[in-house]
Design a protein around this ligand. Structure first.
Ligand code: FNR
Length: 383
């Protein structure tokens, strides 16, 4: 299959992966309305074309939390990445480092912090969930610090897991799930050999090391679901601050009031995110939520945004709506599943190229120079 656009990787991933994994990545919560809105609302943001402005010397690089990024993009936290490609977290982190951008390791990664951090020549970011077991959280923070992780991404939009109906249909969960997954793996021999067999162990690396015993997919669905903590509150940020003195980013903000509270509680950044439509189905797209949040806190705190970003055009749109940088989720995971590290490097190269073209044709020479002026219809909702 010929991959020439970033979005081509979705179909490539679908061919490669057993369905329970493809649908776990691809799906969202409920009727998947928010998942669809994220992509559609971003695509509907129109840009103004400007010409004859001497666009030589274009610079895509930016600085975030004291680090240089070759473009305003980082790989966001994605659980179970080591199920999509062999030791997938290591491959993705290496691709990010090779392209000069940051990588965020999920709490629920297959490869532990201690496996990923030393495998790359650039410090990684670490994402933390609030779990009932505060001992686990403390242990994870200490280990992230010891491994040289620079930035902490604290995800706050999962006090309970969203209702992901596709998972039960696909065999990720539900009746006979283990048998169905096994049958699907057998029908996808390339994945079964490369990841299913050679990519073992399929532990939740960070959790296994803490519990001192092997864990697996059943634990992901069982232990973690039982461990998500509905009592999570702003005071937890203060608790985390006691154990983390580096940059701290709160991920899962959709309201200006919550963004203001993040500033008040000492966060260094926020991620405007609805978890890729995987949590509250029916909530607004991030493209719609972002402008009002930028009005409330721009300049006081770093604003990152995700959910629905698939192309370099989308990156520029998010910046124009008020983001300082963008996190990629599915956009890189599809590429990883289809072609490993090489696929992620390629999709990042394509996004870089698209961003270059888009900046040139909107007359923006630097990332700091991107603002609402390049939107065809500026306004709070940007539509
Ligand atoms: C996620 N996301 C996520 N977020 C997080 O904080 N911790 C995690 O472990 C995960 N796991 C995860 C798994 C999968 C398969 C997906 C697709 C997403 C959410 C992720 O960081 C990001 O917010 C979304 O992926 C952004 O939406 P798009 O760009 O994928 O549409």
């Amino acid at each position: 299959m010929i991959v020439s656009a970033p979005t081509d990787y979705r179909a490539a991933a679908r061919r490669r992966l057993p369905p329970f994994l493809f649908h776990y990545i691809d799906g969202g919560a409920g009727a998947e309305d928010t998942l669809a809105r994220n992509v559609a609302d971003l695509a509907a943001v129109a840009l103004r074309q400007r010409v004859l402005r001497d666009m030589s010397g274009l610079d895509l690089s930016t600085r975030l939390f004291g680090e240089r990024l070759s473009m305003p993009v980082a790989l966001g936290p994605v659980g179970l990445t080591g199920m999509y490609a062999r030791r997938g977290e290591v491959q993705a982190a290496q691709a990010a480092a090779a392209r000069g951008i940051a990588y965020t390791l999920s709490t629920v990664s297959v490869c532990a912090i201690e496996e990923v951090a030393p495998a790359v020549d650039r410090p990684i970011w670490f994402q933390l969930y609030v779990l009932r077991d505060r001992g686990f959280m403390r242990n994870a923070l200490e280990r992230a610090k010891a491994a040289g992780c620079t930035t902490l991404v604290f995800t706050v939009d999962m006090p309970v897991p969203g209702s992901r109906y596709r998972d039960a249909h696909s065999g990720m969960s539900g009746p006979w799930a283990a048998w169905r997954r096994y049958a699907q793996a057998v029908a996808h021999p390339r994945w079964a050999w490369d990841v299913g067999l050679l990519g073992r162990p399929h532990d939740l690396g960070n959790v296994s090391r803490y519990l001192g015993k092997p864990t697996g997919l059943e634990d992901y669905i069982g232990w973690l679901a039982a461990n998500f903590d509905p009592s999570i509150a702003w005071r937890d940020l203060e608790w985390i601050r006691e154990f983390w003195d580096g940059p701290m980013v709160v991920k899962g903000i959709l309201e200006p009031g919550d963004a203001r509270d993040a500033v008040k509680f000492g966060a260094d950044g926020i991620v405007v995110s609805n978890h890729g439509g995987r949590q509250l189905d029916g909530t607004v797209s991030t493209a719609r939520a972002l402008p009002a949040i930028a009005d409330a806190v721009k300049g006081e705190i770093a604003i990152l945004a995700d959910s629905g970003v698939r192309t370099g055009m989308d990156v520029l749109r998010m910046l124009a709506l008020g983001a300082d940088a963008v996190l990629l989720g599915r956009a890189y995971v599809y590429a990883l599943a289809a072609a490993g590290r090489r696929g992620v490097e390629h999709v990042l190269e394509l996004i870089d190229r698209e961003l270059r073209v888009a900046m040139t044709l909107t007359g923006t020479r630097s990332i700091a120079g991107v603002d609402r002026g390049i939107l065809a219809e500026p306004g709070p909702a940007a539509r």
